[in-house]
Design a protein around this ligand. Structure first.
Ligand code: NAP
Length: 294
């Protein structure tokens, strides 16, 4: 399969590294339908992965003061990509976010379904991601893959392990999360199947930050310490401008197309073991071993 990746950032590069010569990351920024049509003519991909977006640096609070850039990156760009891909009949897998849901769903099990409406009232990043999902989900030959809180064995500032183990104060919450090894596999399968619709690409089960940190202390650094605070304290104590989305997602549509992810507790232990190895021996050694088993 020939995959064109849009977005030379964290997830785009992680996917490119996993897929090797089957994938290429597009150069530069895409600002118009003509830009994406030219890339499709040049690379003639079987599928396009949109891993681009305005995610904010150092974090999504940036989006609160850069609303237009955020709308262009998260809502306008996906629509431009969809226009070009539809015109050429090429499958588009757009990366959405589970952060369009705040709190518990109205269902008895509290989990949000793919068919549920997002409820991002305040947060600019979440509103722009939901706006793209809302319109792109009307199209055939377009898949929307929502991920949450990426967890990986490769250390990175966007990796949830690195994030919560470097914060002195961590919120005591429980969430649906995405282990990147599993996500990469799911993205590939969705593109192979050209699966249309919305997919919650989160590992079955939920994970507390306390569990992730306990595993980190067991396998990586027994001397690690942090203070625990509540979700509300994050804003009250001035550590974030806007409240963060915490939620549980049900992943019904992946099941319908015959794709499974590992249970979150199995996947996090495996990932933390690899992460510990990388911290101890360096990335090159583990990369060789992992590419042999994948
Ligand atoms: N990481 C997460 O925690 C997370 C969670 C849920 C969903 N997601 C979604 O997953 C996707 C990838 O996230 P990420 O963490 O990899 O973000 P990232 O590291 O910020 O990468 C996004 C990339 O998109 C590029 N970009 C922005 N506008 C573009 C345009 N018009 N044309 C081409 N490239 C453009 C950015 O380039 P510049 O830096 O040059 O602007 C950047 O390299 C995003 O859609 C994000 O919303 C991420």
């Amino acid at each position: 399969m020939k995959i064109l990746i849009i977005g030379n950032g964290y997830v785009g590069n992680r996917c490119k590294n996993a897929w090797g010569e089957e994938a290429i990351i597009a150069d530069g920024h895409i600002n118009s339908k003509e830009d994406i049509l030219a890339l499709l003519d040049k690379h003639k991909p079987d599928a396009v992965l949109n891993a681009a977006g305005s995610t904010g640096k150092p974090n999504v609070d940036w989006c609160e003061t850069h609303q237009l850039e955020t709308i262009v990156g998260n809502t306008k760009l996906p629509i431009i990509l969809a226009e070009g891909c539809q015109e050429k009949g090429i499958y588009l897998l757009h990366m959405g976010s589970g952060c369009i849901f705040y709190g518990d769903s109205p269902h008895a099990d509290k989990k949000w379904r793919e068919s549920d409406m997002g409820n991002p009232t305040e947060v600019t990043y979440s509103r722009t991601k939901w706006a793209a999902d809302l319109v792109l989900s009307t199209l055939d030959n377009v898949g929307i893959a929502r991920i949450r809180m990426p967890i990986d064995w490769v250390p990175a500032t966007r990796n949830l392990i690195d994030k919560i183990t470097t914060y002195p104060k961590v919120i005591d919450v429980e969430n649906s999360v995405t282990v990147l090894d599993d996500m990469i596999d799911v993205f590939y399968k969705l593109m192979e199947k050209k699966a249309s619709g919305i997919f919650h690409v989160t590992n079955p089960g939920t994970l507390k930050h306390r569990e992730t940190i306990a595993l980190y202390e067991e396998l990586v650094d027994p001397s690690h310490t942090n203070e625990w605070i509540s979700g509300e304290d994050l804003v009250k104590q001035g550590l974030a401008t806007k409240t963060r989305s915490n939620n549980f997602l049900a992943s019904e549509n992946l099941e319908k197309v015959g794709i499974q992810m590992r249970d979150v507790h199995v996947a996090i232990r495996d990932t933390m073991e690899k992460y510990a190895k990388v911290k101890k021996d360096g990335l090159n050694k583990i990369e060789g071993e992992v590419s042999m088993v994948c």
